[in-house]
Design a protein around this ligand. Structure first.
Ligand code: URA
Length: 206
């Protein structure tokens, strides 16, 4: 598995806005959209393009179109906040949804909602989950998506904990992770430190 730590002054700026507890839900949503757009720039770097001829106002030249088809899969609930920039940026993207709940006794994540587009086989799956904490949810989401034989699976998250990276890597070494930060550790409640709190709560003002 490859961990892509996206280091860029704009990413650092918007990540700080997300981390700051004084940031309001409005500001949080705006910073979230911007940082996701920046992460998508990296997460789509290896998509293949198709070449075709176009006519500029002056002459004919080569044009390029995205050849790979992407299926974005936000994990409920916080992943919903990542869909907007994906729809804006990626041509021909389709969107599926996965809802997972954790058994507090066994810590095992199980599916309570799965709604996916048809024809995932051979496509590039992009799982959207802003916080990679223990890795339990991401691991389960990847397992579900692999049932549909995609060409590749990648995870876009804003912040990743070392524990989650390690767990996902052990279960699915082929999955690429794109993140703005590799944080220090999890606390006893499994929140990421220094982190930014509960992404869903901050995004939706709950
Ligand atoms: N989910 C969150 O929203 N925040 C964390 O820190 C960990 C999991």
């Amino acid at each position: 598995m490859t961990l892509h730590l996206v280091e860029h002054p704009l990413v650092a700026h918007y990540l700080t806005r997300l981390r700051d507890r004084e940031t309001t839900p409005d500001e949080f949503r705006e910073a979230s959209d911007k940082i996701i757009t920046l992460l998508l720039y990296e997460a789509t770097r290896d998509l293949r393009t198709r070449t075709y001829r176009i006519q500029t106002p002056l002459e004919e030249t080569n044009g390029y179109a995205i050849g790979d088809r992407v299926v974005a899969v936000p994990i409920l609930r916080a992943g919903l906040g990542l869909v907007g920039p994906v729809l804006e940026l990626l041509p021909h993207v389709t969107v599926g949804y996965i809802g997972l709940e954790r058994d507090e006794r066994t810590a095992v994540a199980s599916r309570y909602y799965v709604k996916l587009p048809p024809d995932i086989a051979g496509k590039a799956v992009m799982i959207l989950d802003p916080m990679l904490a223990t890795g339990g949810t991401a691991t389960k989401a990847v397992e579900i998506m692999k049932e549909y034989q995609p060409a590749s699976v990648r995870l876009v998250c804003v912040v990743a904990a070392p524990e989650g990276i390690q767990a996902l890597q052990a279960a699915h070494p082929d999955v690429q992770i794109f993140t703005a930060a590799r944080d220090r550790e999890l606390n006893v409640q499994k929140y990421i430190l220094p982190g930014l709190g509960d992404y869903g709560d901050r995004l939706f003002g709950t």
